[in-house]
Design a protein around this ligand. Structure first.
Ligand SMILES: *[C@@H]1O[C@H](CO)[C@@H](O)[C@H](O)[C@H]1NC(C)=O
Ligand SMILES: *[C@@H]1O[C@H](CO)[C@@H](O)[C@H](O)[C@H]1NC(C)=O
Ligand SMILES: *[C@@H]1O[C@H](CO)[C@@H](O)[C@H](O)[C@H]1NC(C)=O
Ligand SMILES: *[C@@H]1O[C@H](CO)[C@@H](O)[C@H](O)[C@H]1NC(C)=O
Ligand SMILES: *[C@@H]1O[C@H](CO)[C@@H](O)[C@H](O)[C@H]1NC(C)=O
Ligand SMILES: *[C@@H]1O[C@H](CO)[C@@H](O)[C@H](O)[C@H]1NC(C)=O
Ligand SMILES: *[C@@H]1O[C@H](CO)[C@@H](O)[C@H](O)[C@H]1NC(C)=O
Ligand SMILES: *[C@@H]1O[C@H](CO)[C@@H](O)[C@H](O)[C@H]1NC(C)=O
Ligand SMILES: *[C@@H]1O[C@H](CO)[C@@H](O)[C@H](O)[C@H]1NC(C)=O
Ligand SMILES: *[C@@H]1O[C@H](CO)[C@@H](O)[C@H](O)[C@H]1NC(C)=O
Ligand SMILES: *[C@@H]1O[C@H](CO)[C@@H](O)[C@H](O)[C@H]1NC(C)=O
Ligand SMILES: [Cu+2]
Length: 612
């Protein structure tokens, strides 16, 4: 049993505050909801008239083909290409030096980050994962893919599967109903922090024209010490002033060493007069960044998997797990330019306060550094430490509204709190909780197994919320309670859905704040402001067991999560939902019986992050 030490906890928070940097045939309810209308912004120049099939090309990026376009309500309809794109990824125990410092990295096919998985809108992806580690299980989550009718492919160990035991393989197969940019990562405790990360591109239409696609551009904080080493120390209070800062920031998987030794700058070559699509992804553990490119603006065209009315900005704030696709126009003098990644004052802790990469125009010195001394052209003043999403600018191109004739009841409020507890061995443990429960999963008995057994005997720490009604709107207020939670912003991620962001702000939500029901931002990760609230809505159109969690890896590791069991009665009817589950669990049980290492945290993810 865990005993709450609330007084100690309270005093601790005060002391700590000073150091805070900071898944048949289902009725898809949405199919009936065609886009009410689409936005009127015309694509940027050069434009060409679309042909009758609306074929995609440099001057017709809003088209896709066969009548599909940026105006298609992809929540309801998508192309069926009949094509299956196959990949095999093997998780291996390697020594790599992404920034010149050699360390153990759980690499994918020998690479960090892993190979980029690429498919087209409407394709099926078939990905075989082999676990070649010897002392860890794994499970691979395809972040943001809504896994419509394929809950068993979500890759969340303890929720949708048992971990994949060492030496075992499994195949994930799912439809690319959405298009855009995302990433895949391990959901096995802190393993993604140690390297099990890769990016995903699903080609589709865009709200602004461009000549070339530069591909994915992942940005992450990077630690020289293994996450599995620091994680347990964090949990047991081994860092009285909070966990150590990250050692560096990697841009597209690389950077120079902080001491100017080893590693290299990421360099991207562009040609004057051309327009490029760049797919920014924040694969961090803890650090929030603001990114910018000297002398150039970003035309933002999508947030997560949702196309936006494009807008122009000089810098972008990207929360962990979030993605932004931007268009960059090479309209400056032929030269080298710095690309900046600045950790945000209020929500990061990194030894590298201003990481850079280089964009080189063709014809400029391809080994030279930018001549401009300019560094950090990000925001100044209060904006410099602002850790909120630019919600007012995130206007989805396909307009969808949320019913507003509903008063959100108190029972839909999920409080975010923090506690220091003691276990029976008098060991101090740090916990983050949601609705007063620090979530923990059972690797050997995932939620989906309970559902398939028709057992509702869920342990309380599953922190499980049932949503039995089909195609119903579900509203949630995530509320950070200032008296019980340190003032940190949390990137909140939901599996299985794009949620609607009705509102976010500072203070306690009490139904008097204005919410946006008219075409609000839709995405799969949204920032809960420090000591604030986040109001979300989604529709129960996807039966399954879906995790909702803070994407700061170590916050979820310490319990900041809940799970929705959506339409339990419909889950067993999902095609293939039970295939392979028991086999994988039996292999896990056989491994685990003699394993050296066992589950130490919530079992979901944990990283050595600096913000309590
Ligand atoms: C990686 O290899 C090292 C050295 O052999 C070993 O100590 C460690 O347990 C391995 N890690 C995993 C996750 O297989
Ligand atoms: C994973 O492997 C690492 C390195 O061998 C080890 O420190 C850690 O405890 C393992 N974790 C689990 C849950 O197996
Ligand atoms: C870089 O320098 C710092 C401070 O001088 C030192 O503590 C650290 O070990 C060095 N790191 C590397 C990778 O050399
Ligand atoms: C990122 O790195 C990969 C591998 O080195 C490279 O192929 C790709 O072009 C780089 N992307 C950008 C935008 O520079
Ligand atoms: C990634 O997200 C984290 C946490 O929300 C944030 O601290 C960091 O600045 C973000 N990184 C970028 C590149 O925006
Ligand atoms: C970028 O946007 C700013 C503000 O709208 C504008 O002043 C500036 O001219 C733009 N720069 C470029 C290179 O288009
Ligand atoms: C290109 O830059 C490198 C590194 O700064 C420098 O050594 C070299 O002389 C430069 N080449 C030219 C043609 O300027
Ligand atoms: C809200 O309005 C919709 C139709 O606009 C209706 O179907 C629904 O029952 C209403 N909900 C409530 C709670 O009144
Ligand atoms: C589900 O049923 C199987 C077979 O009876 C059993 O082995 C397993 O423990 C059950 N799991 C749960 C979570 O009820
Ligand atoms: C939140 O926790 C309370 C107390 O344990 C519980 O009664 C309530 O049902 C929970 N809320 C939800 C949405 O599950
Ligand atoms: C609700 O919250 C707002 C903003 O904090 C506050 O101004 C207002 O007084 C509150 N209303 C009630 C009824 O508590
Ligand atoms: Cu968090």
């Amino acid at each position: 049993m865990l005993l709450f030490l609330s007084l100690v906890s309270l005093l601790f928070h005060q002391a700590l505050a000073a150091y805070l940097p900071e898944l048949i045939h289902f009725d898809n309810g949405l199919a009936k909801r065609a886009a009410a209308s689409t936005s009127s912004t015309s694509p940027s120049t050069p434009t060409a008239p679309a042909d009758s099939q609306c074929t995609n090309g440099p001057a017709t990026r809003s088209c896709w083909g066969n009548g599909y376009s940026i105006a298609t309500n992809y929540d309801a309809v998508w192309p069926t290409t009949g094509k299956t794109v196959e990949y095999t990824i093997e998780i291996q125990n390697r020594t790599l030096a992404p920034d010149g410092f050699s360390r153990r990295v759980y690499a994918i096919n020998g690479l960090y980050p892993g190979p980029t998985i690429t498919a087209n809108w409407g394709d099926k992806l078939k990905i075989t994962v082999k676990n070649s580690l010897t002392t860890n299980g794994t499970s691979i989550h395809w972040h943001g893919l809504r896994q419509w009718q394929t809950n068993q492919m979500d890759g969340t160990n303890g929720v949708t599967e048992c971990p994949l035991a060492p030496g075992q393989s499994r195949t994930y197969e799912f439809l690319c109903a959405q298009f855009g940019t995302t990433w895949y990562h391990s959901h096995f405790s802190s393993q993604y922090s140690d390297g099990v990360v890769g990016t995903i591109i699903i080609n589709g239409p865009t709200t602004s024209n461009y000549d070339y696609d530069l591909g994915t551009y992942p940005i992450t904080d990077w630690y020289h010490r293994p996450a599995f080493e620091i994680g347990p120390l964090i949990q047991t209070g081994g860092f009285p002033r909070g966990p150590p800062p990250a050692d560096n920031i990697l841009i597209n998987g690389t950077n120079v060493g902080l001491n100017g030794t080893g590693g290299r700058y990421s360099r991207t070559t562009i040609a004057k007069g051309k327009k490029y699509k760049l797919r920014l992804i924040n694969t961090s553990t803890n650090d929030n960044f603001k990114v910018s490119l000297d002398g150039h603006n970003f035309t933002v065209v999508s947030a997560d998997f949702v196309p936006l009315n494009r807008y122009s900005t000089q810098y972008l704030f990207i929360g962990i797990g979030q993605r932004y696709d931007v268009i960059i126009e090479a309209n400056q003098a032929v030269d080298n330019y710095w690309f900046h990644v600045v950790p945000v004052g209020g929500c990061s802790n990194n030894l590298n306060s201003n990481a850079v990469a280089i964009f080189t125009y063709q014809g400029a010195n391809s080994t030279g550094l930018p001549s401009s001394a300019s560094r950090n052209n990000g925001p100044t003043g209060a904006a410099a430490s602002d850790c909120t999403d630019p919600n007012s600018q995130l206007i989805p191109y396909v307009k969808l509204d949320v019913p507003s004739n509903y008063t959100i009841p108190e029972s839909s409020r999920l409080d975010v709190g923090f506690a220091i507890v003691q276990n029976q061995q008098q060991q101090t443990l740090f916990q983050w909780n949601l609705n007063f429960t620090a979530m923990s999963v059972q690797w050997d008995h995932p939620t989906l197994e309970y559902v398939l057994n028709k057992s509702t005997n869920y342990p309380p720490n599953f922190n499980l919320i049932t949503l039995p009604k089909a195609n119903a709107w579900s509203y949630w207020v995530i509320q950070a309670i200032p008296t019980i939670a340190p003032p940190v912003a949390h990137p909140i991620h939901l599996h299985g859905h794009d949620f609607y962001v009705l509102g976010a702000g500072v203070g306690i939500y009490n139904n008097s704040q204005t919410l946006n029901y008219k075409n609000p931002p839709r995405r799969d990760v949204a920032m809960l402001p420090a000591s604030g609230y986040l109001v979300l809505a989604f529709i129960t159109d996807n039966p399954g067991a879906w995790l909702m969690h803070c994407h700061i890896a170590w916050h979820v590791g310490l319990g900041l999560a809940a799970q929705f069991v959506e339409r339990a009665d419909d889950i067993p009817k999902l095609p293939g939902v039970a295939d392979g589950l028991e086999k994988q669990c039996n292999a896990w049980d056989a491994y685990n019986a003699n394993a050296i290492f066992h589950q130490e945290d919530s079992g979901l993810k944990r990283r050595e992050i600096q913000a309590y």
